[in-house]
Ligand binder design. Sequence first.
Ligand code: URA
Length: 256
Amino acid sequence: MKIRLDKFLSLTGAGTRSEVKKIIRKGSVTVNGEPVRDAGTIIDTQKDPVQYDGRYLTYEEHVYYMLNKPAGYVSATRDSRQKTVLELVPECGRRELFPAGRLDMDTEGLLLITDDGKLAHRLLSPSHHVDKTYLAYVSGFVTKEDIAAFHEGIDIGDEKRTLPAVLQVISAGEPGEKPESEVSVTIHEGRFHQIKRMFEARGKEVRYLKRIRMGPLVLDKNLKTGECRALTGEELSALMHADCDKTDHELYEEQF
Ligand code: URA
């Protein structure tokens, strides 16, 4: 990729755009072994080795973070009133990062933050949605009829019913004043408030929602709420090769 020297330096983390301009002017940066003082010099990231104070700088075209989103943050790049998920990411400001997908303000869990528009499109476009699994606490007792209805697809007031989803009961509380079920749900789409609306259509309320899987990417159990980390090479390669066309029928069949 061809890129201005100052932009390259700031993307590698050497400093802000104005800081790296000063660094370049001082002559501390070499391209192909020669000091370069013009911040606007165009370099080829594949061919031109760049050194700063004797250290080679490497450039990743894109970055990929797994965030364990806390409640209270909006899944947007900017918002005039609410805190955004990007505020939880260290590289925020240096790259044009965005959340690949949305979680409601009160939903927690796995969110991919990247600046790779192509990958995000592949993972999220309506024709290619990857499976997403959520953990939820739901009012009342989730029944076999609920499980079957999720599999059939539910009318949530949209033009089309939802695609088959896999609902599994993890535990159901003792009958009492406020019975509650702990469930996992896997959906193959990403409609607005989808899980909440699916349960609402069954007369139940989602009291807590957390995404724990998106395609091959599983939320790291060691990542505390509000923390993020770069994806490992293995995770990234699995995401790049994610089979976005697979439906969750197989998962349902395994259950019955
Ligand atoms: N479904 C919802 O209702 N909310 C989310 O945040 C994600 C899926």
